[in-house]
Design a protein around this ligand. Structure first.
Ligand code: NAI
Length: 282
């Protein structure tokens, strides 16, 4: 694989384009508007400069990486010659379905399709295309250039060849790929979100204050960040959406979102992005 298209240049997409380009791949980043492309390329440039300042890469590594990133405002233009397409557009099935239909009409029949979805079924997304055997989940973590994990999600019909190609590819990016089968929340969110939800229940039931819940998990369980600060960082709306995916997917009450989480989302207290969640942010 040499050429990769990344669809969507938001929080995840610009990081994904960054790591592919830094590992020598020719990348085409596709966005809907020039201003979004400019913002994504600006973020990549800033993140690469930070790496130069920390002496992790040289100035010429930065220039070469940026030269490998091309851009397009149209999916069919952006995916034409790609070996792999990684989709990182918003977490909405209808939007992703439309994007994959457009991608398939322009991509080669050999191209592997990957989605960075954090909660939509890979099997369901694969069924939108005529190549479910070449469809896979490539779940990166934020911030992509820093986080080592790539959860590689096999849909019902993903072929072993596709899985191997994507696992090898993730290693070439310097990441650690971990395979999982398609299931609500995959492994990462199925384990993380109930923990966050339980931490919120502790606050809701008056067991402990947010800072104390986090302190227990940091000092007692060696978590680098407490679950409530992590929830604020992820976005409380995103946490609620993923808990609802688990709750609906398993029909098991153990995944019911805590009423306090629902209330905070309704109040617009979504965490870092709104300046307030369980904690306040400048
Ligand atoms: P975001 O909202 O920051 O970025 C999405 C980008 O996609 C936007 O810039 C938007 O303009 C662009 N876009 C929308 N429709 C498009 C189209 N048809 N063609 C090209 N670009 C299009 O979203 P974010 O946070 O980057 O999430 C993307 C995906 O990654 C979602 O599926 C999310 O669940 C998943 N994810 C997010 C994580 C996070 O921490 N933010 C972590 C892991 C996965």
């Amino acid at each position: 694989m040499k050429k990769v298209s990344v669809i969507g240049g938001g929080t995840m997409g610009n990081g994904i384009a960054h790591v592919f380009a830094m590992s020598g791949f020719e990348v085409t980043l596709v966005e809907t508007k020039q201003e979004f492309l400019d913002k994504a390329l600006n973020t990549i440039e800033k993140n690469l400069s930070r790496m130069v300042n920390k002496e992790k890469i040289s100035e010429s590594d930065k220039t070469e990486t940026l030269n490998r990133i091309h851009s397009a405002l149209d999916i069919s233009e952006g995916v034409k010659d790609s070996d792999l397409v990684v989709e990182a557009i918003p977490e909405n099935f209808a939007l992703k379905k439309k994007a994959f239909e457009e991608i398939e009409s322009a991509a080669s029949s050999e191209t592997i399709f990957a989605s960075n979805t954090s909660s939509i079924s890979i099997t369901k997304l694969a069924a939108v295309t005529h190549r479910p055997e070449k469809f896979i989940g490539m779940h990166f973590f934020n911030p992509v250039p820093v986080m080592k994990l790539v959860e590689v999600i096999n849909g019902l019909e993903t072929s072993p060849e596709t899985t191997k190609a994507v696992m090898d590819l993730a290693e070439k990016l310097g990441k650690v790929p971990v395979p999982a089968n398609d299931s609500p929340g995959f492994v990462s969110n199925r384990v993380l979100m109930p923990m966050i939800n339980e931490a919120i229940f502790c606050v809701y039931e008056g067991v402990a204050k947010p800072e104390d819940v986090d302190q227990v998990m940091k000092l007692g369980m060696a978590h680098p960040m407490g679950p409530l600060r992590l929830a604020d960082f992820i976005g409380l709306d995103v946490c609620l959406d993923i808990l609802n995916v688990l709750y609906d997917g398993f029909k098991d009450p153990k995944y019911r979102p805590c009423p306090l989480l629902v209330k905070m989302v309704n109040a617009g207290k979504l965490g870092n992005k709104t300046g307030e969640g369980f904690f306040k942010y400048d």
